[in-house]
Ligand binder design. Structure first.
Ligand code: PMP
Length: 287
């Protein structure tokens, strides 16, 4: 069975789905995206992802060609048509196809946004064995643009960071600006010291993770202490635990930073507990 994807109002087999070469997403990375996870055939954290999408679009003066109710229907339709049980739904909105290349934004009345969604099946996503082992990260300089709170499709530097990590025998890279960790290539990052969970405060320097918001809420409900402030790589290397969060990896333990093992390279209890709580709670609220 061919995967069914959504493009501008149509559900099509992936081989038949096309976008113009003049689309500003292709020419200018003029687009935003969201990734939501699916467990048991249900969508996780849809209200959070749709609210962030609306904010990204507003910040860039871009229109969504459908209503939020229609967007939820499209998500559900793709889950049903692809019989998706466990995996992700990727959504991208771009400033459309003005029919030529020009730096100035086109008139939105003449150039509708492009909307594309597709599913990615990932059986075993929740029961990922990597979460029991933890991952290794390296640190790299954060040289991205200054509006990382907008979820744009400009992902070249994070992709390069991922390749730098692979080359160094690690799994991911933590980005550092002015001596402090901003975030992972595609995730928000945390350390745990003396029972306190420490993660960088929200600003334009990082993406406001939907998983981050949920995990911090669950941590507070479980009487865990959370401190929102920046930290250095040296502080992270001296921490009891580290982990990251993202919609598709949930809560993922980090056991090594720039070659230094944390807690003798073993996954810690706080990350393990938060992963369990997050998976339980998000399954309950999935729609
Ligand atoms: N930061 C960056 C740079 C990301 O790309 C992502 C994932 N898209 C996140 C944080 C985590 O956000 P979320 O929990 O909403 O997936």
């Amino acid at each position: 069975m061919s995967r069914i994807v959504y493009v501008n109002g149509n559900y099509l087999p992936e081989e038949e789905a096309t976008v113009s070469i003049f689309d500003r997403g292709f020419l200018m990375a003029d687009g935003v995206y969201e990734v939501t996870s699916v467990l048991d055939g249900k969508i996780l954290e849809f209200p959070g992802h749709s609210a962030r999408l609306e904010r990204s679009l507003r910040e860039l003066d871009m229109a969504l060609p459908v209503t939020m109710d229609e967007l939820l229907t499209i998500h559900r339709e793709l889950v049903a048509r692809n019989e998706l049980v466990e995996g992700m739904i990727y959504l991208q909105v771009t400033r459309g196809n003005p029919g030529d290349r020009d730096f100035a934004f086109p008139d939105p009345a003449a150039t509708p946004s492009t909307l594309v969604l597709f599913t990615q099946s990932k059986p075993g996503l929740a029961d990922n064995p990597v979460a029991k082992k933890g991952i290794k990260v390296i640190s790299i300089e954060d040289i991205r643009w200054g509006r990382r709170d907008i979820k744009t499709v400009q992902l070249l530097y994070p992709s390069m960071g991922k390749m730098m990590a692979k080359k160094a025998g690690a799994d991911d890279a933590w980005m550092v600006e002015d001596g402090f960790v901003t975030e992972g290539t595609s995730n928000n990052v945390y350390i745990v010291k003396d029972g306190k969970i420490i993660t960088r405060q929200l600003s334009q320097d990082i993406l406001h993770g939907i998983t981050r918001a949920a995990v911090l809420r669950y941590a507070a409900e479980a009487q865990m202490e959370v401190v929102e402030r920046a930290f250095t790589i040296a502080e992270a290397q001296a921490a009891d635990e580290a982990f990251f969060t993202s919609a598709s990896a949930f809560v993922m333990p980090v056991v090594e930073i720039d070659g230094v093992a944390l807690s003798e390279g073993k996954v810690g209890p706080v990350a393990t507990r938060l992963r369990e709580i997050y998976l339980d709670e998000s399954r309950k609220t999935a729609i």
